[in-house]
Design a binder for this molecule. Structure first.
Ligand SMILES: [Fe+2]
Ligand SMILES: [Fe+2]
Length: 143
């Protein structure tokens, strides 16, 4: 595992975190309907976690001698609350897949500290994913 490949991967993850911040901020501001109060607060409450991940990645990239990206990845938008939750779910699943890949690379590179930090981040993203899945779940039928 060469260092530049690891830096490029971490920059890809950083772009994803910047996109997540923008997506949650955008949805928090624009969600409408009867469930706006809960969903707006939910979207907003995710921002500090994603910002924490972005801060860690930017610092780590700089420590490795790289340049942290200033460009977010693509941000998928939506107009209704279900579409917003589905867009967020897709982004969280993608983040988990990317971090699982990065954990392998960090291990190959021999950076145990980075591997452990990435495991913490993937644990956060898994929590986000599960919360969104619960919000999207249909009410169980009353029997
Ligand atoms: Fe994140
Ligand atoms: Fe997340």
């Amino acid at each position: 595992m060469d260092k530049q490949k690891l830096i490029d991967g971490l920059n890809h993850d950083l772009a994803g975190e910047l996109a997540a911040i923008i997506q949650y901020l955008h949805f928090s501001a624009t969600v409408t309907g009867l469930d706006r109060p809960q969903l707006s607060e939910f979207f907003e409450s995710e921002i500090p976690d994603e910002l924490g991940h972005a801060k860690f990645l930017a610092n780590k990239i700089a420590a490795l001698g790289g340049q942290p990206t200033t460009e977010p990845g693509p941000v998928k938008t939506a107009t209704d609350s279900r579409g917003m939750l589905e867009a967020v779910l897709e982004a969280e699943k993608q983040a988990i897949a990317n971090y699982n890949e990065r954990i392998k690379q960090a291990e190959e590179f021999g950076d145990t500290g980075l591997k452990v930090q990435l495991e913490d981040i993937v644990s956060d993203e898994t929590g986000h994913k599960e919360e969104v899945e619960k919000l999207l779940a249909k009410q169980p039928a009353v029997v």
